[in-house]
Design a protein around this ligand. Structure first.
Ligand code: FAD
Length: 474
């Protein structure tokens, strides 16, 4: 009997063995599986922190695969050309991958699929990144959802595929194809001094993600509904970083959340709702890809935003003089993440008090977030700015001072990032910030805290006046 031919598993944002339909599909062929990650233009175009964090994920995942008797083959180049080379070299007759949903990836994957099929290769793209495929959720009238709450109602009782076990062993080919060395790819080149600092805050790999989920279910989920708005309570899961690179599957979080709900965990339903915000972001991005780059509401195209400017640069550097905003921007640069409440506060400040185009903020997050996600980032920014489909209205201007009183009443969050002290894991974020930032910023621990750039009242009044003018003209 002839042995089945190898299958290429094109690894993308699914750096995990468990709950991985593409991997399960590859294994089911009965032949050897060759996992390959391709450094193509989509990888070259990543911002500094996401690219670096992807590199860490690949490093850990390579070792995870070795533990299952396999390897991660790394190749650089055009995806189709690389796959064709590998087919030629290994005799593979099938290629399988997990779907991606941003327009560039969809265009690339469509081309790859049709070219490979034309040459007689079996190609399968599998679900895996999301709970619900964006085209499967429809309104009664047959369109897509533009508002979150009805979307949530539509999906909350929909079946979600069961979790899949991680294979213990993955059949290896007789001979492994050549692989690049990860170090050659210089994934952290643009991080400069930041890499060593942010590393202490990142939580990389499938095992770490599963542990994170367990820790969350072990206690924080109880207080999640109330506590998730308070940055010093540490009750959110922190799993966005792992979801971004597919180190854990959203379906695992979903089933765990459902189980916690059945067992009476008070915050579990709210956790499920947040997971569905991620789904909603992909739903919107799929149906209206312009959301990623342009105002979702076209009437906002005439709004008098400021482009990038010196005030925005101070915002990026955590030097606005507004403690909640500066603490948030320092959290971002030091840890590669930012608490959700602070994303809203810092985003509102940039787009309203500083009247700066949301895309300036979106671009900075894209550069610095280790949980950067194209759909959630764009939706988050358009929500904050008021230009999105189900957005906070523009006239809802977050006041960073009152937000601070409400959500950081003891100032512990602001102190941690602006003054000093240890976090719950013994790290020192305020000091780490000075180690991470470029020397060219000229900011040290001795640099005095700046005065406010603009009074909160003046900034708010200016924003509302521009908004009123735009409404009158529109
Ligand atoms: P938890 O509170 O534990 O929630 C569980 C999961 O639900 C998260 O991991 C995430 O996948 C999802 N989720 C929670 N809140 C949201 C939300 N508002 N929108 C979409 N999904 C959500 N999230 C990203 O993953 N990547 C981004 O690039 C990103 N950019 C954002 C930009 C702005 C301006 C705003 C306002 C929000 C952004 N978010 C983004 C959403 C949110 O801030 C993060 O998902 C959340 O802070 C992650 O922390 P966590 O994993 O502890 O979340």
């Amino acid at each position: 009997m002839t042995k089945p031919a190898p299958v290429l598993w094109w690894v993308r944002r699914d750096l995990r063995l468990a709950d991985n339909p593409a991997l399960t599909h590859a294994i089911a062929s009965g032949g050897p599986v060759i996992p390959v990650f391709i450094h193509d233009d989509t990888v070259s175009g990543l911002g500094a922190a996401p690219k670096w964090r992807l590199g860490l994920g690949l490093e850990v995942f390579g070792k995870t695969l070795e533990g299952a008797g396999s390897r991660l083959i790394l190749r650089r180049g055009d995806a189709l050309e690389v796959l064709q080379e590998l087919i030629e070299e290994t005799g593979a007759t099938a290629v399988v991958w997990s779907r991606a949903y941003d327009p560039d990836a969809i265009a690339r994957d469509t081309d790859v699929k049709s070219a490979l099929k034309d040459q007689g290769v079996a190609v399968e793209s599998c679900a895996g990144h999301l709970l619900f495929e964006p085209w499967q959720v429809e309104t009664k009238a047959g369109g897509y959802y533009k508002v979150y709450t009805p979307y949530w109602r539509a999906v909350r009782d929909d079946p979600v595929a069961a979790c899949l076990p991680a294979p213990k062993q993955i059949a290896a080919p007789q001979e492994w194809p050549r692989s690049d060395r990860l170090s050659e790819w210089q994934m952290g080149a643009a991080m400069n001094r930041g890499a060593d600092v942010v590393r202490a805050y990142a939580c990389v790999g499938e095992a770490a993600a599963l542990q994170r989920l367990e820790d969350f279910l072990d206690g924080p989920v109880e207080d999640y509904k109330e506590g998730r708005d308070y940055p010093d309570r540490h009750v959110t899961s922190g799993l966005s970083e792992n979801l971004t690179y597919g180190e854990i599957a959203s379906r695992r979080l979903w089933h765990a959340g459902r189980q916690a709900l059945e067992q009476g965990a008070a915050g579990a339903e709210h956790f499920l709702k947040e997971l569905v915000w991620r789904e909603f972001a992909y739903h919107l991005a799929y149906h209206t890809p312009r959301m990623l780059t342009r105002n979702w509401r076209e009437e906002w195209d005439d709004f008098n935003w400021r482009g990038d400017n010196d005030d925005a640069e101070k915002w990026r550097r955590g030097m606005t003089g507004e403690p909640m905003v500066d603490a948030a921007m320092r959290e971002l640069y030091t840890t590669g993440t930012m608490h959700n409440r602070l994303r809203m506060i810092a985003g509102s400040y940039l787009t309203k008090h500083l009247l700066t185009d949301w895309r300036v903020g979106q671009a900075w997050f894209e550069e610095t977030l280790i949980d950067w996600d194209p759909a959630s980032n764009a939706m988050g920014w358009q929500w904050v700015a008021g230009s999105g489909p189900d957005a906070s209205p523009f006239f809802r201007v977050f006041n960073p001072e009152t937000q601070g009183e409400k959500f950081d009443g003891k100032q512990s969050y602001r102190d941690l990032y602006l003054k000093g002290g240890e976090d719950e894991e013994g790290r020192t974020p305020a000091e780490d910030f000075y180690k991470a930032i470029p020397r060219s910023w000229g900011i040290t621990a001795d640099t005095p805290r700046p005065d406010r750039m603009i009074s909160l009242k003046e900034g708010r009044d200016r924003a509302l006046a521009v908004y009123k003018g735009a409404k009158e003209q529109g």
